[in-house]
Design a protein around this ligand. Structure first.
Ligand code: AMP
Ligand code: GLY
Length: 432
């Protein structure tokens, strides 16, 4: 098979690495890819958002299967376009992608299908939003309706802060059109985890869990980022909790989308808050998480191409209870450019990466990287490298990941030094 992957991040490097192991895979292309992906796939000068160019390349080169990594092209309808042209694709239709593309859509969907989530209301008017905030009080959560690259959520600790946030968002000054409609919702206090399942529109198969670290600083402080690290599985996951997540969130979502004539084909990534043992949906994403995908792919033993294909062809039920996972723990540390998530320099040289390929319990995934004219590896983005460690315990995985990080020579980059701290703390408490 000839496979085209769309995207350029660490998630995509992990997907391409895993797909390359499949006997079904003869040739891999990536639009546009990065320096790490270029070692496995032929990188194309086509942007992930350029639907026309992707369709044209796919048709002219007789691509058998297209895998879409990021949310933006899916929300803009790339999978629908390709399916309309009888091209097999991993990723939901434009209608189904609204689960991530519109918070208001997702909240109304949950209400219709009885899926547990925070109490909420939708607003376009500043006066009504202010009145609602004053009625509910703080803490309270304000979200832009549209995609805002993970930054459209404000957890306001006071009524004044909440009112300032809605005033700012509805004026369109911070988030443009994505912020002209808002969801305001109840603050949920609990432990957070991410859960992943594949769906072919009819059948679904559970994958596994992960946890990420969204804040930029050690101890989970500072501004939100796309994700500074992640590990799999989540430390407080057990069979009973997993079953509750499947029964109360995943199953009704797949059934509800089918009932609503928007059958969901692809990966459902549920952000979940476990409140006193009860899992509640924070948000849906309609693609793999980045960086969650990197540790998850390191644990997957089954053929990824077969699984992703089955979401398009409707044969996912063949894989029920058959997906194999390593029992080991995996943990990814993200290395980012100094200054991220605010402004940072591009084009700074990164050395030492070769050493990581000699380390059996470490794997390096590239995100915002390229090779310059002299073949030096340089950064092109804020999140630049993901170093994954694998081990019998999450502490071992962390140890290996940081041993890898310490080989990278990049004075213009930084990483958090405490990825996995909650899991390691709880492991120590259990052992004591
Ligand atoms: P999101 O961009 O929707 O993933 O939200 C970013 C983060 O905000 C989540 O990972 C949660 O930690 C937090 N969050 C979102 N909604 C709520 C809520 N209703 N209650 C508490 N925390 C929330
Ligand atoms: N790491 C969070 C996300 O991919 O949305």
């Amino acid at each position: 098979m000839k496979i085209l992957l769309v995207g350029s991040g660490g998630r995509e490097h992990a997907l391409v690495w895993k797909m390359a192991q499949s006997p079904l895979c003869d040739k891999l292309y990536c639009a546009p890819g990065n320096a790490g992906i270029a070692d496995v796939a032929e990188c194309l000068d086509i942007a992930a958002e350029d639907q026309d160019a992707i369709l044209k390349f796919t048709q002219e080169n007789e691509i058998d299967f297209v895998v879409v990594g990021p949310e933006q092209p899916l929300v803009e309808g790339l999978a629908s376009l390709l399916r309309d042209h009888n091209i097999k694709v991993f990723g939901p239709s434009k209608a189904a992608a609204q689960l991530e593309g519109s918070k208001g859509f997702m909240k109304d969907f949950c209400a219709r299908h009885d899926i547990p989530t925070a109490a909420y209301a939708r607003f376009k008017s500043l006066d009504k939003a202010k009145a609602y905030i004053e009625e509910i009080g703080a803490p309270i959560v304000i979200k832009t309706d549209g995609l805002a690259a993970g930054k459209g959520v404000i957890i306001a600790q006071s009524v004044a802060e909440a009112i300032e946030a809605v005033t700012d968002m509805l004026s369109g000054s911070t988030f443009g059109d994505a912020g002209t409609e808002l969801v305001i919702e109840e603050y949920m206090d609990g432990e957070e985890l991410s859960y992943f399942a594949l769906s072919d529109g009819d059948a679904f198969v559970p994958l596994t869990s992960a946890q990420d670290h969204k804040r930029v600083g050690d101890g989970d402080v500072g501004p939100n980022t796309g994700g500074m690290g992640a590990y799999s599985p989540a430390h407080f996951m057990d069979d009973a909790l997993e079953q509750k997540i499947i029964d109360t969130i995943i199953k009704p979502t797949v059934e509800g989308m089918k009932q609503d004539d928007m059958a969901f084909q692809g990966v459902l990534f549920a952000g979940i808050m476990v409140v006193k043992g009860v899992p509640k949906l924070i948000e849906y994403n309609i693609r793999f998480g980045d960086p969650e995908c990197q540790p998850i792919m390191m644990r997957l033993k089954s053929d990824l191409v077969e699984l992703l294909m089955a979401t398009d062809t409707g044969s996912l039920s063949d894989y029920k209870d058959k997906i194999q996972w390593s029992n080991e723990h995996t943990l990814c540390v993200v290395m980012a450019a100094n200054g991220y998530p605010a402004s940072y320099e591009k084009g700074t040289p990164i050395k030492g990466c070769e050493a990581l390929s000699e380390m059996p319990s470490v794997r390096l995934f590239h995100a915002g990287t390229m090779r310059d004219n002299s073949q030096t590896l340089v950064n092109t983005g804020g999140r630049v490298l993901g170093v994954v460690g694998i081990g019998d315990t999450v502490a071992d995985a962390q140890h290996h990941a940081y041993a890898g990080v310490d080989k990278v020579e990049w004075p213009d980059g930084f990483c958090r030094r405490d990825i996995g701290w909650r899991a390691i703390k709880s492991q120590k408490e259990k052992a004591a």
